[in-house]
Design a protein around this ligand. Structure first.
Ligand code: SF4
Length: 195
């Protein structure tokens, strides 16, 4: 019985667990937690604090994260910084779907986490309705210190394998699917009169 089932197809899932591969998994999780690159996804005022976190004073290059990637294929952390409009939700989901596995989501600020003060038809009342959120950063806006705390929390979850286990148990996080409503089934727009 070999250690490797098919690591090319299954990654770590292709390794049978024993003392040696357990240590390899620890090493891989540690290196993953120290080399994650965020996707550029600033949506509103929270994004200014996210940019400040990347600037010289807070310097998230200490965590190997200073490279915000414009391409989702080169990113594995999505920091949702700001309110998510109903129109933006499918775009956000598409960017998430295009990111590499394994991938993680930080919801930054009350607007992204719960709609915040925008309790109306235009804003998604919590980005966990669109993508599976791993860590929430509270505040309006969260300070760079709060975002760094969320990043360190996420790193700890990646390092001890907690997120991977949760995903396996729940079937890839929230398992949310966004379906497009056919044009014929959409309600007629309200026409406003001309003054
Ligand atoms: S939480 Fe506050 S700072 Fe962040 S997007 Fe909402 S209103 Fe702006």
């Amino acid at each position: 019985m070999g250690f490797v089932q098919d690591i090319r197809d299954d990654g770590l899932g292709g390794l049978e667990h024993n003392f040696i591969t357990g240590k390899i998994e620890d090493l891989v999780n540690w290196s993953r937690s120290r080399s994650s690159w965020p996707a550029s996804f600033g949506l509103a005022c929270c994004a200014i604090e996210m940019m400040a976190t990347g600037a010289a004073h807070y310097d998230i290059s200490r965590f190997g994260m200073e490279v915000f990637r414009a391409s989702p294929r080169q990113a594995d952390i999505m920091i949702v910084a700001g309110r998510v409009s109903q129109k933006m939700a499918p775009v956000l989901r598409q960017v998430y779907d295009q990111m590499m596995e394994p991938k993680w989501v930080i919801s930054m600020g009350v607007c992204a986490s719960s709609g915040g003060m925008f309790n109306n038809y235009a804003i998604v009342q919590g980005v966990d309705q669109v993508v599976p959120v791993d860590v929430y950063a509270p505040g309006c806006p969260p300070t760079p210190e709060t975002l760094i705390h969320a990043i360190e929390t996420l790193h700890q979850l990646i390092e001890d394998g907690e997120i991977t286990r949760r995903r396996q148990l729940t079937g890839a996080g929230a398992d949310v699917r966004v379906t497009e409503i056919p044009a014929a089934a959409q309600p007629m727009p309200v026409l406003l009169g001309i003054r």
